[in-house]
Design a protein around this ligand. Structure first.
Ligand SMILES: Cc1cc2nc3c(=O)[nH]c(=O)nc-3n(C[C@H](O)[C@H](O)[C@H](O)COP(=O)(O)OP(=O)(O)OC[C@H]3O[C@@H](n4cnc5c(N)ncnc54)[C@H](O)[C@@H]3O)c2cc1C
Length: 323
């Protein structure tokens, strides 16, 4: 490779960590500067299964999702990474198109046999997904970065300004993985929160991920190794991170209707996170006269985990063009 660059990655969520790791493994000197670290992040709250939800544009999202699917399939072989290969079933209340829009991102998917559909559903699609257990995966990813020689430091950045005497301006390249924080950091009013609430319950023996996006609210059941994450909700613009008990009850009710075995599950807790949404995910290089260039990588909506590896690899391609 050409000369290694000094790179500051802003943000320590799944996007910042994955991007920093890919760049470090490409030989660059990488430091993460982040205001917050796991478990105090949206990335720590995520359900988190492979599924491109609430993110666009489709023409870019599909290849990123496909790349991440490949990466997760390799990482799932590492027992300590916290990645579970799981079959997933997406349900539809009325017959829709034969192939889901995200189907091109997958090696395979197939129609669900009618006897596997819960009452009230007209169709379903079975596909191979991954459940990423973020309480295990994010520490694993951080450690992998540190072991590779990367650095993670606490640091809150002010809005980016190439003309200010700011330590971040003395690096070769900045990578902006600030999630919702990009609203202020990159002065981008297109970034907005979509609040999501989850219920964590004991696992009564479930293995398959189930998802229904065809009802009035999105509903999903995500079995992990020691618990199940139940969702969900999508409230545009809401920023209140206190759990709403009534919404928690409604989520439980919806999930039990789809999977009656959840009736016996005990509630372990309630979680809330703010998805970093944007009309279109921003992954691009910005040249700034008077300061180091910035590669923006934010606005992953409800699919940051799903797109993390694909986006990180595209950032690495942009960096390679700079060297
Ligand atoms: C309820 C819920 C369920 C979800 N389920 C899924 C799922 O099943 N599958 C999936 O793929 N995705 C899911 N998501 C979406 C996923 O969580 C997000 O897309 C992803 O976490 C975004 O990651 P990020 O690294 O961009 O942001 P974050 O995790 O928010 O990290 C942002 C980082 O930037 C730092 N930062 C911000 N501003 C500054 C600043 N000024 N200076 C320094 N640091 C700064 C923060 O401190 C933090 O370290 C879900 C989200 C929610 C809320």
């Amino acid at each position: 490779m050409a000369a290694p660059l000094n790179i500051i990655v802003i943000g320590c969520g799944v996007i910042g960590l994955t991007t920093a790791l890919v760049l470090r493994e490409a030989g660059h000197r990488v430091r993460i500067w982040a205001r917050d670290r796991p478990p105090h992040l949206t990335s720590s709250v995520a359900a988190a299964f492979w599924y491109p939800y609430r993110v666009s544009p489709e023409r870019r999202v599909t290849p990123w999702a496909r790349q991440s699917h490949r990466d997760f399939s390799e990482l799932a072989a590492q027992p300590d990474a916290g990645i579970l290969a799981r079959e997933a079933l997406e349900l539809f209340r009325v017959h829709g198109p034969a192939a889901p829009t995200w189907g091109a991102a997958l090696p395979a998917h197939s129609p669900a046999p009618p006897d596997q559909l819960p009452p009230g559903f007209a169709a379903g699609v079975l596909f191979s997904s991954f459940v990423i257990e973020t309480p295990r995966y994010l520490p694993w990813l951080s450690q992998r970065l540190l072991d590779a020689g990367g650095v993670i430091e606490p640091h809150t950045l002010r809005p980016l300004d190439p003309h200010r005497d700011d330590p971040c301006n003395s690096t070769d390249l900045l990578i902006d993985c600030a999630g919702l924080g990009a609203r202020e950091l990159a002065r981008d009013p297109a970034v907005y929160p979509v609040r999501g609430q989850l219920v964590r319950v004991t696992n009564p023996g479930l293995e398959r991920v189930i998802l229904d996006e065809s009802g009035p609210a999105i509903t999903y059941i995500v079995p992990r190794s020691a618990d199940v994450i139940l969702g969900g909700s999508s409230d545009e613009g809401a920023e209140d991170t206190a759990p709403d008990p009534e919404l928690g009850q409604a989520i439980l009710r919806r999930c039990v209707e789809i999977e009656p075995r959840l009736r016996s599950a005990a509630v372990l807790g309630h979680l809330v996170g703010l998805r970093p949404c944007r009309p279109e995910l921003r992954l691009e290089l910005e040249h700034r006269p008077g300061g180091p260039p910035v590669i923006h990588n934010y606005g992953h909506g409800g699919a940051g985990v799903t797109l993390s590896w694909g986006c990180a690899r595209e950032v690495a391609q942009l960096v390679a063009q700079l060297t």
